[in-house]
Design a binder for this molecule. Structure first.
Ligand code: HEC
Length: 211
């Protein structure tokens, strides 16, 4: 807080306070004993609550930066929203678990693009080591061509091979490792890959009709 000696009443008060500090007539804050170009300064510290709020927000912001930006542990609002949506889709898909697996039930999952996006992520985690990122085949066969080793390319054929696997050939039985809803999602996802004809592993098995 500054005051200028230009103003008579202020300068009177300043002079008085300079000599005596706060007086009964002027009980305000005492003047500090320096003067620059006639400008004097009152000793007027910030209120304690303000200083505490300042330090509290300062330390909070440090924690915030570490949690959300440096360690990456904190989820952004958009990420938590996306996570909630994924859970909601999962819940909705689980309603089909009431029905026995069928072409129609698996077809319903296949028609849900968001659910298939989740399934793609699961495929990347569990299946891509052997079938490659887009299903074009690596150790396991190409899932995008028009040749299948097992079955006739119905969703229920895919369901059978994914659930029970072909252990002697290196394809695990996934009903032992995944939730039933995950198996169904992945089967539907493999359904979306059929007929994409990505360049990858050479066709194996017998030709089937793809749509
Ligand atoms: C450890 C390697 C491995 C992993 C992991 C794996 N597979 Fe396979 N998969 C194979 C092999 C090998 C075959 C071929 C089996 C055969 O020759 O009979 C196969 C076959 C298949 C087939 C049948 C293809 C056809 O031509 O009939 C489907 C469908 C399939 N896998 C889906 C999946 C899905 C979905 C996942 C992830 C949940 C998965 N696989 C994970 C190795 C793997």
């Amino acid at each position: 807080m500054t005051t200028s000696s230009m103003h008579p009443s202020v300068s009177e008060r300043a002079d008085d306070q300079a000599r005596h500090g706060a007086t009964p007539e002027f009980p305000g804050p005492a003047l500090l004993d320096h003067e620059y170009d006639g400008i004097r300064e009152y000793d007027n510290p910030l209120p304690r609550w303000w200083v505490l709020a300042f330090w509290a927000s300062f330390f909070f912001s440090l924690g915030y930066v570490v949690h959300y930006h440096l360690t990456g542990h904190g989820k952004s609002v958009a990420q938590s929203y996306e996570e909630d949506l994924r859970v909601a889709r999962e819940e909705r898909a689980k309603q089909t678990l009431g029905e026995a697996p069928s072409e129609a039930a698996l077809g319903t999952l296949m028609a849900d693009p968001d659910l298939m996006r989740d399934a793609k992520a699961l495929f990347a985690q569990r299946c891509s080591v052997c079938h490659a990122a887009d299903g074009q085949g690596l150790i396991g066969p190409n899932l995008t061509d028009d040749h299948f080793i097992h079955g006739d390319n119905r969703l229920m054929d895919i369901y059978a091979v994914v659930s029970h696997g072909v252990p002697e050939k290196g394809m695990p039985a996934w009903d032992l490792q995944l939730q039933p809803i995950e198996v169904r999602k992945l089967v539907a996802y493999v359904g979306t890959l059929r007929g994409k004809h990505l360049t990858g592993k050479a066709p194996e098995g017998h030709p089937v009709e793809t749509h």
